[in-house]
Structure formats: structure tokens, C-alpha cells
Design a protein around this ligand. Structure first.
Ligand SMILES: Cc1cc2nc3c(=O)[nH]c(=O)nc-3n(C[C@H](O)[C@H](O)[C@H](O)COP(=O)(O)OP(=O)(O)OC[C@H]3O[C@@H](n4cnc5c(N)ncnc54)[C@H](O)[C@@H]3O)c2cc1C
Length: 397
């Protein structure tokens, strides 16, 4: 942590300095600059303020011994032993990161009767799966899970831990991070690692206006959550590597007073995340009734339809159809965007789609930077032609 100090004596042009702050966090009062609560400690003023601003660390942290923390660990996300696929995606990324620093990959698997399932994880290239198999971990109980997770960290001391940004991971990771008073970066879209084992956690920040590179240089372990379908899962190999190791743990340490009586599964919803083909409506669609065109194209391609955030805000479609940072992450085989500009917030939710086909009247639209096929033109002319040609090709018309 730290704080911003204003060296009033170094201020020459108050108005010019105030303009530096993109958040309006500086106010002029009696010829002095005051920092208000809008300050996000982005330190832009320190960089551009000609010495008028200084960032001072308020906590004198003892240097962490990074060599004592080794390996990249992945939390095995599961419900009653059924592993969430984000786990394999994170193992793929963990392998890549661990190879860069020449350290092992671990998995931490908490539950009951999970020994056999733990073997499955070894097909994905993990060096060691630490299994804590206890009746107290039968159902997800946040307190018991956090206790066992902490025991794993104390025993193994991994340099970095990746957790899926699932309903389970989003509850568990912050609790564990707080216990170790370490950093946690949520919803990372890119991860890298430095030679000194500092994890480079990249995610959109400040409303998606920048891609922030976040480091946890003074604490270990480093923790990050990643949404499903952001990273690539490695292929399952027939042979197994590594081993399963029990995580010895005294059950008396489970002190939770919560007893999970039963778990009721929610009816499974087929959402836009499951579609192989998605047709997306953006603000280029002028009226709610015109969504008919988007639906028609989706239907003829046996796909589903989705939208950008403004359409949800207009009340035209339900939030569960929104793609993006504050919506869903999708990775279909084909995505056709219609009248979508390609804001960072939207692209963050679909850039890993296999093929991106974009229709936009503006040749400079950002969506074309990520598109595999770019069609510059009016969606009202192009979509009917597409539908007609697909129908002809299929012998429907
Ligand atoms: C914190 C935060 C989170 C956000 N999260 C999300 C999110 O999850 N998802 C999301 O989508 N947005 C999100 N946004 C909003 C985002 O910044 C953009 O405003 C939004 O994505 C723009 O949607 P759009 O592309 O449909 O509209 P616009 O940006 O208005 O683009 C419309 C495009 O349509 C084109 N066009 C117009 N007429 C036609 C036509 N007849 N034929 C073809 N093309 C045409 C135009 O050239 C233009 O490029 C978020 C914003 C913030 C601040």
C-alpha cells in the first residue's frame, strides 16, 4: 500500500496538472492541489507531474524469500467430484508458466472419494496432485475448503496459484488470499511469468480502458482467477505423468459450524456459451424488431444469437445473452458480429472464438482487428443476402 503526496512548492501550472488526472481526482483549493476520493492510485500524475507528486509506500514490507516458494498450482474446481473444464484450461496455462521458470505444476484437489478422479488429472501433465480426501469436504463448505487449501499452501509453498473464476473459485480464492495477506487478481485474461517467479497478471481495468499488468512482488503465494474458456486446455494424453499425493491433514482443524444437508442441482441451462455458432447483434441494429434478422441468420446456421451490452441496457434482450467483460465469455466455432464496434469489453468475451466474421459499415471499426473475415457494409443489406445464399446452398430456397 502507499499514498500520494503533493509537493505544493513544485506546482507551477495548477490547471495543467489537474488535467493530467483522468479520474478528476485533483481539486484546486486556495492555490493548492488537493487529492479527493476519486484517486485510484494510477500514478499517472507521478509520471507526468514534473516532480509535483510522489507515491510513498506506507508499509515497509520485509522482502519475501521467493526461492522458498516453488511451482505453479491449480485448484481443481469440482462439484461432487465432477471436474469443471476450466481446471484443465488452467493446467495448460500452469504448464506453460512453470516451464518458463523450470518449476513443477501442482494440482490441489479437495473433496471426498476423489482418489480415482485425481488419477484422471495426471493425464494432463501435472507433476503432483495433492489430494485431501475427507468427509468434511464432501460438499462445498467454504470454511472447511479454505482451511484445507491453506494447509496445502503451508505444506507445498507454491509460487503461484490459479483458480477458475467459477461460483466456487470466486468464493474460495479471496478467502484464501486474505488468510495469507497476499494479492489476488480476478478475471485475468493473460498470464505470464518473470524469471524471478513474479506472475504477470493482465486484465482490463478502469472500465476496460487499459489492460493492467498486475504484479504481487512482495508476497507469496501469488493468486489469480481466470474465467472459463479464456485459456486453452491441453490434450488428454493416454499415458500418465506425475503422481497423486495425499495431503495429510488433521480433521480436528475443520471447525466449521455449517452443515451442508443436501445439494440441489439447478436445471441445466443451454446458454450462449454452449453454441457452436453465434450471431451477435450490436448497436448497428437500429430497432428491436430488426433483431428478427439476427435470429433468422442464427436459425439457418443452427446457432444461437447474442448481443452487446447496449442492447441489454435498452431492454431488447436478456442479460444472459450479453457477451463481454460484464457478460458471458464465449468460444464458438463461428461467431458473426453484426454492427458491433469491437470495444475491449466486448472483445474480452469472444476473442478466442475459432472464426470471427464481422459485418460493419465502418472500415476502421476495432472489431476488424480481431476478425478472420471482414465485411465492410450495411448489415441490413448483407444479412438477407447471406440468409438467401445459405438457404440456396442447402436447397431450402
Ligand atoms: C465496465 C464496463 C463493462 C462493459 N462490459 C461490456 C460487455 O460485457 N459487453 C459489451 O458489449 N459492452 C460492454 N461495455 C460497453 C462497451 O464499452 C461498448 O459501449 C459496447 O460494447 C458497444 O456496443 P456496440 O459495439 O454494440 O455499439 P457501438 O460501439 O455503438 O458500435 C456500433 C457499430 O455498428 C456499426 N454500424 C452502425 N450501423 C450499421 C449497419 N447498418 N451495418 C453494419 N454496421 C453498422 C458502427 O460502425 C459501429 O461500429 C462495458 C463498458 C464498461 C465501462
Amino acid at each position: 500500500m502507499g499514498k500520494l503526496i503533493v509537493h505544493q512548492e513544485k506546482i507551477q501550472d495548477i490547471d495543467a496538472l489537474i488535467k493530467i488526472c483522468p479520474f478528476g481526482a485533483m481539486e484546486a483549493r486556495d492555490g493548492k492541489i488537493e487529492i479527493n476520493s476519486a484517486c485510484r492510485l494510477c500514478k499517472l500524475c507521478v509520471k507526468r507531474g514534473n516532480g509535483a507528486f510522489e507515491f510513498v509506500e506506507t508499509e515497509n514490507l520485509p522482502a519475501v524469500d521467493k526461492s522458498a516458494w516453488r511451482g505453479v498450482a491449480v485448484y481443481v474446481d469440482h462439484v461432487e467430484g465432477k471436474i469443471h473444464p476450466v481446471t484443465y484450461e488452467l493446467i495448460g496455462k500452469a504448464r506453460e508458466l512453470a516451464a518458463k521458470i523450470n518449476q513443477p505444476v501442482y494440482a490441489i484437489f479437495l473433496g471426498e472419494d476423489i482418489e480415482r478422479t485425481a488419477q484422471e488429472i495426471l493425464h494432463y501433465g501435472v507433476d503432483k496432485v495433492f489430494v485431501c480426501d475427507k468427509k468434511e469436504l464432501r460438499a462445498f463448505n467454504i470454511e472447511n475448503y479454505a482451511t484445507a487449501f491453506a494447509a496445502f499452501i503451508n505444506k507445498v509453498k507454491p509460487a503461484a496459484i490459479l483458480v477458475g473464476a467459477t461460483p466456487v473459485g470466486r468464493q474460495l480464492a479471496p478467502r484464501v488470499a486474505a488468510h495469507f495477506r497476499t494479492g489476488l487478481t480476478a478475471d485475468c485474461t493473460v498470464l505470464d511469468i518473470r524469471e524471478n517467479t513474479d506472475l504477470v497478471q493482465i486484465r482490463p481495468a478502469f472500465g476496460g480502458n487499459i489492460m493492467a499488468e498486475i504484479l504481487t512482488p512482495n508476497h507469496r503465494p501469488q493468486m489469480a482467477t481466470v474465467r472459463y474458456k479464456i485459456m486453452d486446455a491441453p490434450k488428454r494424453r493416454d499415458e500418465i505423468f506425475g503422481s497423486v499425493e495425499p495431503l495429510e491433514f488433521d480433521s480436528a482443524k475443520f471447525t466449521s459450524k455449517v452443515e451442508v444437508l443436501s445439494v440441489t442441482e439447478k436445471p441445466r441451462e443451454i446458454g450462449i456459451e454452449n453454441a457452436d455458432v453465434l450471431v451477435v447483434a450490436g448497436r448497428g441494429v437500429k430497432k428491436k424488431e430488426d433483431l428478427k434478422l439476427i435470429r433468422e441468420l442464427a436459425e439457418i446456421l443452427n446457432g444461437d444469437f447474442a448481443c452487446t451490452r447496449p442492447l441489454v441496457e435498452n431492454g431488447w434482450l436478456e442479460p444472459k445473452r450479453q457477451i463481454g467483460l460484464s457478460g458471458r465469455t464465449v468460444r464458438p466455432k463461428l461467431i458473426i458480429t453484426c454492427g458491433v464496434s469491437g470495444s475491449v469489453q466486448f472483445v474480452a468475451g469472444m476473442e478466442h472464438s475459432e472464426k470471427i466474421f464481422a459485418i460493419n459499415t465502418d472500415p476502421k471499426a476495432s472489431i476488424f482487428k480481431v476478425a478472420n473475415f471482414a465485411v465492410v457494409g450495411d448489415l441490413y443489406e448483407i444479412i438477407p443476402k447471406l440468409i438467401e445464399q445459405i438457404a440456396q446452398g442447402r436447397g431450402i430456397a
